[in-house]
Design a protein around this ligand. Structure first.
Ligand code: NAP
Length: 262
């Protein structure tokens, strides 16, 4: 619970309310757990509330406070209803991590309109709808933190015309939020992860006819620090951007990729 004492060595508990989208698993789950450990009540939002049970249980087992919320981030009325539920059950949200994401990889000549629309819909439209619904509470509070998940694919990646466009778009979106909302005490930053070992990449491994382990091993050889990333590596960056200490850091893109390049 937010009113229980902070574990030794952890940052001071601030008791804000956070929403992390796509938090049933992967980077979102690790970020939700990290923000809860930082002292925030966390709405664990994903397509299906039932899929959020594991993340919520992990947060509660660590002494934190969490709520499972089901919503499709690309659906405006579902987003508005989800944010209203969070306000009622956890309090007005002032931290938002736009993390929900999907892949529909294909070379451009095979990419369907459905592949394009689905990816742009979840990443960009989803981040827009969530942010529009949450910024009202941030502006009212005079304090807010927005963290958007971009990717090294924003720099271009074969087979990902849709995804790279969405992830580059997230960077422009972030910078504009920083400019518009800064005067209200709200910062907006983007994290651009490199290769992070999550379920999202399992289908990529399958498409390349590799086992997940072979895929991870091959990727690690190309990364300067000699390993693939873990969801907790991204969660640590999100924790910083959401902290009180980061109030003068806004409109930035932090590549969390084990090296300087994608
Ligand atoms: P993941 O394991 O696939 O998790 C993504 C989560 O988002 C899933 O729980 C998924 O739910 C949920 N989601 C999908 N569509 C949604 C929607 N319309 N509304 C609400 N929730 C939705 O992915 P991840 O690897 O943790 O990635 C998280 C974010 O980091 C994504 O934005 C991704 O693009 C970005 N990223 C990842 C990597 C990487 O290497 N893994 C690198 C760079 C950037 P379902 O399971 O029900 O579909």
């Amino acid at each position: 619970m937010t009113d229980s004492p902070a574990p030794a060595g952890s940052p001071a508990r601030t008791g804000r309310t956070a929403i992390v989208s796509g938090a049933a698993r992967g980077i979102g789950a690790a970020t939700a757990r990290r923000l809860a450990a930082d002292g925030h009540a966390v709405a664990v939002l994903d397509l299906d509330a039932a899929h959020c049970a594991e993340t919520v249980a992990a947060i509660e087992a660590d002494g934190g406070r969490a709520l499972a919320v089901g919503a499709d981030v690309a659906d405006a009325s579902a987003v508005d209803a989800a944010v209203a539920t969070v306000v009622e059950r956890l309090g007005a949200p002032t931290i938002l991590v736009n993390n929900a994401g999907i892949l529909r990889d294909n070379l451009i000549f095979k990419m369907t309109e459905g592949d394009w629309d689905a990816v742009l819909g979840v990443h960009l439209r989803g981040a827009f709808l969530m942010t529009r619904a949450v910024q009202k509470h941030q502006v009212e509070a005079g304090w807010g933190r927005i963290v958007n998940l971009s990717s090294t694919s924003a720099l271009g990646n074969r087979g990902q015309a849709n995804y790279s466009a969405a992830k580059a778009g997230m960077q422009g979106f972030t910078k504009t939020l920083a400019i518009e909302l800064g005067r209200f005490g709200v910062t907006a930053n983007a994290i651009a992860p490199g290769f992070i070992a999550t379920d999202m990449l399992r289908e990529t491994a399958e498409r390349m006819h590799l086992t997940f382990e072979e895929f991870l091993e091959g990727a690690a050889k190309e990364i300067p620090v000699g390993r693939v990333g873990q969801p907790e590596d991204v969660a640590a960056a999100a924790s910083f951007f959401c902290s009180e200490a980061a109030s003068f850091v806004s409109g930035q893109v932090l590549y969390v990729a084990g090296g300087p390049k994608a």
